[in-house]
Design a protein around this ligand. Structure first.
Ligand code: MG
Length: 354
């Protein structure tokens, strides 16, 4: 069970259509895979995608940290001491959560392969997973059209991206609401675009209408925690922290100070499943519910997040549609409309094309 090699591979994956949020437009993603090989022949793989405007991690930084300090920390380690391996990844450098996530996922994959069980079984759960579909920010007409298409494709949870030209955000949300049936729930994500007072004004307007909105993600700038609290205290709609929260330590502070109502956990922000589990535990102990989301990421890291989501009892919302945006078939998980299906093979597993 000795780790004898750590390899780093790079791939570029074009998207089917551009992905637009208030922070960025993506037309393609870079996928960096970390593959660890044990002396008994077992291989574990994990992946990361850079989202430099959120994590600060670039393709180059992820590759060099994975091939440098992470490889150095793991080489020669006996994976039977699994928890220590996870800690070594987290401690080998500061920051660089995306590279750490790729290595952490690879370790979970290898360890559950050694146990010969799927990762969700090792983590101890197998709840059904239902994902939202993201509607990128655009004109109200285009967003209404995209929403209709998504509902036709079987989605009942739509995540509406808003925040570019906030003056038309109400119009956008109204257009989407009108385009789909009342059983479709809407989630909003402003990706930091609103000023605190502007956010309160928009959300209070929405409260007056019966739009079936479940929650609003990251209304204000990531580092404006006081602004986040200002909004949370002044709207009845639940406010979810996304870019404001990376780590378990952030979760402790955010929950203790009641800065937000809900938490969005992403492996690329927190550094992998080990830290994600701590965040969900801390939140659970304080009655705060969590979502598991992802950046625009390859199906391997989204599948790892899905195994975690399937197992942790405090993960009640899932936002795992990223692989459906890629110009390649997902190979580590599959979708039946909005249902996310995991492989029952050992580790994260491979889904055979049908
Ligand atoms: Mg978000």
């Amino acid at each position: 069970m000795i780790i004898k090699d750590v390899q780093v591979h790079y791939r570029n994956i074009p998207l089917l259509v551009p992905f637009k949020t208030a922070l960025r437009q993506a037309n393609e993603i870079d996928s960096i895979e970390v593959e660890i090989t044990l002396d008994n022949g077992i291989k574990g793989t994990g992946a990361a995608a850079p989202t430099v405007v959120i994590t600060g991690d670039s393709t180059e930084s992820i590759m060099s940290v994975a091939a440098g300090p992470i490889k150095e920390a793991l080489s020669g380690h006996d994976l039977r001491d699994f928890q220590e391996a996870l800690k070594k990844v987290q401690r080998c450098c500061t920051g660089n959560t995306s590279a750490k996530a790729a290595a952490d996922i690879a370790l979970y994959d290898a360890y559950s392969k050694w146990l010969n069980i799927p990762l969700y079984a090792y983590l101890g759960g197998q709840k059904n997973l239902r994902t939202s579909m993201t509607i990128g920010v655009d004109t109200p007409e285009k967003m209404a059209w995209d929403a209709e298409k998504s509902v036709e494709a079987g989605f009942h949870l739509l995540k509406i991206k808003v925040g570019t030209y906030p003056e038309i955000d109400l119009e956008r949300i109204e257009a989407v609401r009108r385009a789909v049936s009342p059983d479709v729930k809407l989630r909003l994500d402003a990706n930091q675009a609103w000023e605190p007072k502007q956010a309160v004004q928009i959300l209070q307007e929405l409260e007056k209408k019966d739009f079936g909105i479940e929650f609003v993600e990251q209304p204000v700038r990531a580092d404006d925690w006081e602004g986040l609290k200002f909004v949370t205290e002044r709207t009845k709609l639940p406010v979810m922290a996304d870019e404001s929260l990376f780590s378990a330590k952030d979760a402790l502070k955010l929950i203790a100070g009641r800065f937000a109502d809900l938490i969005n956990i992403k492996l690329m922000k927190c550094g992998g499943i080990s830290e994600a589990w701590k965040i969900a535990d801390i939140a659970e102990a304080n009655g705060v519910k969590c979502m598991v989301g992802s950046m625009m990421e390859p199906s391997l890291s989204v599948a790892a997040a899905a195994h975690f989501a399937a197992a942790h009892p405090n993960v009640v919302y899932m936002d795992l549609d990223a692989p459906l945006w890629l110009s390649e078939e997902p190979d580590h998980l599959t979708y039946d409309g909005e249902d996310v299906l995991l492989s029952d093979q050992p580790g994260i597993g491979i889904v055979q094309p049908v």
